[in-house]
Design a protein around this ligand. Structure first.
Ligand code: HEM
Length: 122
């Protein structure tokens, strides 16, 4: 069975998605201060590995980081509506830049909206 990961173009697609997302984060006054000053690249690697694993690609994320426990890992950060909306704006831009088939784009966005809402803790 073809995974979503394969159907949308594999690693290259997720690399472009997450790179584009962090280009947005790098310029964002709400989000940028939440990340390590000298290490957006590390955050980019972690998010890319997670999304690849989630959508059926290699499980490198869990090999390196263990169980995702994403809500727990976000507890140190205050994530309210402003943070969620900023995160989703950059993710929405990044997803649209991929020019996926409409049904794939919709599926990816639906998940990301749901996940971003579930990460709120403030
Ligand atoms: C890590 C912010 C939503 C996945 C982080 C980090 C920050 C952050 C500041 C630490 C950076 C680092 O890895 O060093 C936010 C904000 C969100 C949000 C403001 C707004 C809703 C999400 C969502 C997902 C996600 C929806 C998944 C779909 C991850 C992953 C990591 C991470 C995989 C790395 C965890 C680890 O292995 O340590 N996030 N995040 N985040 N975030 Fe988010």
């Amino acid at each position: 069975m073809t995974t979503f990961y394969e159907a949308v173009g594999g690693e290259d697609t997720f690399r472009r998605l997450v790179h584009r997302f962090y280009e947005g984060v790098a310029e964002d006054p709400v989000l940028r201060p939440m990340y390590p000053e000298d290490d957006l690249a590390g955050a980019e690697d972690r998010l890319r590995m997670f999304l690849i694993q989630y959508w059926g690609g290699p499980n490198t994320y869990s090999q390196e980081r263990g169980h995702p426990r994403l809500r727990m890992r976000h507890v140190p950060f205050v994530i309210g509506e402003a943070e969620r909306d900023a995160w989703l704006k950059h993710m929405d831009d990044a997803v649209r830049s991929l020019e996926l088939a409409p049904e794939h784009e919709e599926q990816l966005l639906r998940y990301l909206v749901y996940a971003a809402h579930s990460m709120m803790n403030a």
